[in-house]
Design a protein around this ligand. Structure first.
Ligand code: SF4
Length: 387
């Protein structure tokens, strides 16, 4: 196999990213679902060709970490055997589809996801790599807080709509119109200069003054947005998290052995399909009030060579001090790999200690700089503005 094509951002399986701990190989499960054989296979490939650690990402994907250049071709061969590869890296990059994990066999979710994925594979849209779609067609919108540019949702009467992210209202569609209208919206985004916008995202394009054509606009109001779901039992199965969204390969094997399929979520949890009691395991987060769910941290030192601090050690120490409804994001450098959105408090490690940002992202204005990890642990009220 030819030399590994290493690119900077949005890694895929066919376009891995070099990180401090080796290559990161991202897998995008079709329809947001892995059958048990695929999940067990990923665990085995991670053990054999990676460092045994698997990330759950905020785009509902998995990442096999710590892959060597020598092991990469064998890993790709294994993923191909599991049916987890696209035809090429461009097709893979465009297949950015988030799917609500709460679907049932009787609704449209999986057929919409499959139709959209097929349509994206043959469309020449050349969308920006972070541009994505969400199929959030349940009776509540569970993906509204997750990153997507074009959303397929429902109104209060249960009718489907397609909504551009950033627009309050969507265009009503029939089941057969939903995917063609979503693709037409993506085409309009490109044709109207959306990809030249600094953020290259739909909401920024609309906020910058772009106006959807009449054919893509509508007055359909989507159903209410739900809070991000927590671990627990749902009709579709048991949802469990893993601290910092990363699990050892044994945990994925264990989950795969207990179900027919795993459904991926953007909340760094997986839904174990058909399971009606919470799975147990040392690495699993099964309680909604577990402090581990209040903190987000990237790999950090020593796992990433860009890192200026051990993010997970600090986040673990601070988690009990974070209110249950708040989120702390600890980033090892200004790239903010673990979380691109805002958090109540963001700490960014630099050469000179930690920068602190409130109610913003790693890119927003900081309110304090030069904090030390030990100083924050000794006085965690600094996070919320106390002394
Ligand atoms: S944000 Fe974290 S994981 Fe990403 S490059 Fe910086 S230190 Fe590494």
């Amino acid at each position: 196999m030819s030399a590994v094509a290493i690119k900077g951002w949005c890694p895929g399986a066919l376009r891995p990213m070099q990180s401090g701990d080796g290559l990161v190989v991202r897998i995008r499960p079709r329809g947001g679902r892995l059958d048990a054989i695929q999940a067990a296979g990923i665990a085995e490939l991670s053990a054999r060709h990676g460092n045994g650690l698997i990330d759950l990402t905020s785009r509902a994907n998995l990442q096999i970490r710590g892959v060597s250049e020598e092991g990469y071709p064998f890993l790709i061969e294994g993923l191909a055997g599991l049916g987890l590869l696209d035809a090429d890296s461009d097709t893979e990059a465009q297949r950015n589809v988030l799917v609500t994990p709460f679907w049932t066999g009787a609704d449209d979710t999986q057929s919409l996801a499959a139709e959209l994925e097929r349509a994206l594979a043959t469309a020449s849209l050349d969308l920006p790599t972070k541009f994505g779609f969400a199929i959030d067609d349940g009776s509540e919108r569970v993906l509204a807080g997750a990153s997507a540019d074009i959303r397929i949702e429902r109104d209060r009467k249960g009718a489907l709509l397609v909504r551009a992210d950033g627009a309050l209202l969507g265009r009503p569609v029939t089941r057969s119109d939903a995917v063609p209208v979503a693709l037409a919206m993506a085409e309009w985004f490109m044709a109207s200069g959306g990809a030249t916008n600094e953020k290259r995202r739909m909401a920024a394009h609309l906020a910058g003054g772009a106006s959807l054509p009449l054919s893509l606009r509508g007055d359909a109001e989507p159903v209410a947005q739900s809070a991000d779901p927590g671990p627990g039992l749902y009709l579709a199965g048991a949802m469990v998290g893993v601290a910092f969204g990363q699990m050892p390969h044994q945990t994925l094997s264990h989950l795969a052995a207990s179900t027919q399929a795993l459904r991926m979520t953007p909340w760094r949890m997986v839904l174990v399909e058909g399971m009606h009691e919470m799975p147990r395991g040392a690495d699993l987060v099964t309680e909604a009030d577990d402090p581990a769910l209040r903190v987000i941290a990237c790999s950090g030192a020593p796992r990433c060579r860009e890192a200026h601090a051990d993010t997970r050690k600090l986040a673990t120490a601070l988690a009990p001090h974070i209110p249950a409804d708040a989120r702390l994001h600890v980033s090892g450098c200004a790239k903010g790999c673990a979380h691109s959105g805002p958090a109540d408090v963001t700490l960014v490690a630099t050469h000179e200690g930690f920068d602190l940002i409130r109610h913003g992202t790693v890119r927003d204005a900081l309110v304090l700089r030069g904090l030390t990890g030990a100083g924050i642990i000794a006085n965690p009220s600094v996070l919320t503005g106390g002394h």
